[in-house]
Design a protein around this ligand. Structure first.
Ligand SMILES: [Zn+2]
Length: 65
């Protein structure tokens, strides 16, 4: 699915870590099944439940007031 093929040094661990902004869980970007784009930025979630919570009130999770 998503693969970074740039000139990254760490080729042994090509997977990128992302964080679920709702629950704070660290996720492996390649195995994330729940993503949501908000204002041009893609956010990743551990579950549909977290994605749903973000969807309801994204500003609460990205530090906007
Ligand atoms: Zn979560």
């Amino acid at each position: 699915m998503l693969s970074l093929t740039g000139n990254m040094e760490n080729t042994e661990h090509p997977s990128t870590k992302v964080f679920d902004v709702v629950c704070g869980m660290e996720l492996d970007m390649e195995s994330v099944r729940h993503a949501y784009e908000h204002e041009g930025i893609e956010y990743y979630f551990c579950s549909a439940k977290c994605k749903g919570r973000f969807f309801e009130d994204p500003d609460a999770y990205i530090g906007k007031s």
